[in-house]
Design a protein around this ligand. Structure first.
Ligand SMILES: [Cu+2]
Length: 225
């Protein structure tokens, strides 16, 4: 079977194609659609391979609050919509509100600020060696030969949302949304208070965002006398 992405007319794809076409042209379009298709193909196996590992102690105390970063398609543009700040110990939930059959799957991947592709040309080459999108795919155990991923979520550093990876070997925390509509994933924010988490989607590298991590409010001790 040919690996060429189907770029022919297909109902319902107009909007997403437009979004992709607006972002990068030529090679980038083919590349991103090829990758996207590859990731769609492996999504189900990735979900089945979801690792269930034992609890690891974390330094954060749960706040009982859940913050949501949603993945949306608005006016033909794919984007993350999330809070400006979260608190250490909050649950940070990623919710995919887009249709994977229309726009492909997504990743929510913590990356260093310097790894974010800033220019159209950087985004075009994102899925090539030594660039962040391919690096993220590797965190998920992406095998270019069979185009499958085996690890989801990809975990690095302490348990929870904690660690930003880069393109040159440092792994970060990442979730792959898979092919199911309404896919979601949540885990605790365990990053250091005062830090900023930068994130991107490795399938659509123009999808980027950041969130500042704040210290939890420690209740004052109750006077005993
Ligand atoms: Cu995406």
């Amino acid at each position: 079977m040919a690996r060429r992405p189907n770029l022919g007319p297909s109902p319902g794809l107009g909007q997403s194609r437009l979004a992709i076409a607006l972002e990068g042209k030529g090679i980038a379009l083919k590349l991103s659609r090829a990758r996207l298709r590859a990731l769609v193909l492996v999504a189900s196996s990735a979900i089945l391979a979801l690792a269930v590992s034992g609890p690891v102690s974390t330094a954060a105390t749960p706040t009982g609050k859940t913050d949501v970063v949603s993945i949306e398609l608005t006016k033909g543009k794919l984007k993350f919509v999330g809070p400006e700040t979260v608190t250490v110990g909050d649950q940070l939930e990623i919710v995919n509100k887009t249709n994977p059959k229309q726009v492909g799957p997504h990743t929510f991947s913590l990356v260093t600020k310097g790894s974010l592709p800033k220019t159209p040309s950087a985004r075009k080459s994102c899925f090539t060696p030594k660039h962040i999108c391919l690096a993220v795919a590797k965190w998920h155990g992406f095998n270019p030969k069979n185009e499958k991923i085996t690890i989801n979520p990809a975990k690095a550093g302490p348990e929870g949302w904690s660690t930003a990876g880069n393109a040159t070997g440092k792994k970060g925390d990442s979730w792959f949304s898979g092919e199911a509509k309404g896919g979601h994933f949540s885990q605790e924010v365990t990053a250091e208070a005062g830090s900023t988490l930068y994130y991107l989607c490795a399938v659509h590298p123009w999808m980027q965002g950041k969130v500042t991590v704040e210290a939890p409010v420690v209740p004052l001790p109750t006077p005993t006398s």
